[in-house]
Design a protein around this ligand. Structure first.
Ligand code: GLN
Length: 475
């Protein structure tokens, strides 16, 4: 049988009738079973997926199938799908069943994607290693002693291990791009406001964004053009029309202006092989006729602290709803209102989530609000202004996605600050609200993959995807 790792390949097989959606789905279902040890899936939606696949096969016969016919896609476990469980990998939401579908799920189904299951992640999307899931870690398919990255670790490992064509993740500070780098796949965070967050379990609402994890840029473009665009249920979504990305990426690639941030490339925490790889890539691009220039970005050291002040503040407010009354887990030991709150939250949340709720409550407290939260907001504004200035002169910023390759389980567990610094190159795009992509271009001498990250100006996904395609296809 023909290869069908990607939607691209599957479409060919479907059109020459060498495969059917049902046969592709069955293949992935058995792959998931074989690769269970990775811990990528929390649940496989076998029944609803089989029904959908049969329905799409019927539609294909009459030429009525949607744009994503043949796509088998997984969801991060913080994306609601009506009648299916969603837990944000937390005990506090264990066994919670979605009462409605998120906009992204509605749109995927309307275009005939097959949703195969929900994937493990860090609890409430807080983490960089998937070690914070209440339901066990996710192993890196390239080396099972190492982490998959996080927080969309299950989604990413599932794509890397060929358990589905693609997955949706969410990215608040790098949770799509960082695991994409660690597992060797394409991971894209769109512009803040490009994709609806209706029906997504909120972490930090002014940062969160949904995006695709795929094996190729073409599939990312096909998915983004379906899930993106205006949504009456999410007022933060832009009304800008959504371009046909899958057509845009077929256009010829003109020469572009690329900036690289000196402080990133020279950062002492950056693996020397990754540094050399990015430097060589920049040289090659210059030789090919693109403009490549070094720029200063004086806020590198403030990115991570400001991120953790602002996101924990937002998280402490978003997670207040899990109180043992409205949603999810209620402690059997509770005996009055206060003990219901205290015991349900103490028993339902994991240690990292509790740490962040406390940190967030602290930075918002009366005595410290000005010192932390207000300052964090001001730093974010400076980052945004500086970023805007860069994009008035350049098309893209290129930098590594991660300071190193996937680390071993437990390597950063004792020191939260060390873990937070894993996000040093990814949080910039979330502060600024700009689109960013991690491309699986690098291969380290330790045998592990690593990503190269490209950031673009707001709503420039079409040119970002086109340039990414040209890079990946000429790698
Ligand atoms: N690692 C970051 C954090 O823990 C990013 C998480 C995310 O993007 N959801 O906050």
């Amino acid at each position: 049988m023909q290869k069908f790792d990607t939607l691209q390949e599957t479409r060919k097989g479907l059109s020459d009738k060498s495969i059917s959606c049902t046969s592709v789905l069955r293949h992935f279902l058995s792959r998931i079973e074989e690769q269970k040890h990775l811990g990528a899936f929390l649940e496989v939606f076998t029944d609803s997926a089989i029904i959908k696949a049969a329905e799409v096969d019927e539609k294909l016969k009459t030429g009525k199938a949607g744009k994503l016919a043949g796509l088998v896609i997984a969801l991060k476990d913080n994306i609601c799908y009506k009648g299916h469980k969603v837990s944000a990998s937390s005990r506090i939401l264990e066994n919670f069943v979605s009462l409605y579908s998120s906009t992204v799920v509605e749109r995927l189904l309307a275009e005939d994607a097959i949703i195969i299951g929900r994937c493990n992640c860090d609890e409430f999307a807080m983490g960089s290693s998937n070690e914070n899931s209440a339901f066990g870690p996710v192993k890196n398919p390239h080396d099972i002693k190492r982490v998959s990255g996080g927080s969309s670790g299950g989604s990413t490992a599932a794509v890397a291990a060929r358990l589905c064509h693609a997955a949706l993740g969410t990215d608040t500070g790098g949770s799509i791009r960082q695991p994409a780098s660690f597992c060797g796949v394409v991971g894209m965070k769109p512009t803040y406001g490009r994709v609806s967050r209706y029906g997504i379990v909120a972490y930090a609402s002014s940062f969160d964004q949904v995006g695709p994890l795929t094996l190729c840029v073409e599939d990312a473009a096909s998915i983004l053009e379906v899930i993106g665009g205006c949504d009456e249920f999410d007022p933060t979504v832009s009304s800008k029309p959504i371009p046909a990305y899958s057509e845009e990426i077929e256009k010829a690639q003109p020469p572009v202006k690329i900036a690289y941030i000196k402080e990133c490339i020279e950062h002492e925490g950056l693996d020397p092989e990754i540094r050399a790889f990015v430097q060589n890539l920049l040289k090659r691009l210059e030789a090919e006729g693109h403009t490549v220039e070094a720029i200063d970005f004086p806020y590198l050291d403030y990115l991570v602290p400001a991120y953790y002040v602002l996101t924990t503040a937002e998280a402490s407010s978003n997670l207040a709803r899990y109180d043992g009354v409205h949603f999810g887990y209620r402690s059997p030991k509770a005996f009055d209102l206060e003990s219901t709150y205290k015991k349900s939250r103490s028993e339902g949340f994991g240690i990292e989530v509790k740490r962040r709720i406390m940190l967030g409550t602290f930075v918002l407290s009366e005595g410290y609000y000005d010192a932390y939260y207000s300052k964090g907001q001001k730093v974010r504004r400076l980052i945004q202004e500086k970023t805007g200035e860069i994009f008035s002169k350049y098309d893209f910023i290129m930098l590594p996605t991660t300071p190193g390759t996937a680390f071993e389980f437990g390597a950063n567990s004792a020191d939260p600050i060390k873990m937070y610094l894993e996000d040093i190159f990814t949080v910039h795009a979330n502060h600024a609200g700009i689109p960013a992509i991690s491309l699986p271009l690098g291969k380290h001498s330790n045998g592990l993959p690593f990503g190269v990250q490209i950031m673009a100006d707001h709503f420039n996904e079409a040119s970002l995807l086109r340039f990414s395609k040209s890079l990946l296809n000429n790698a």
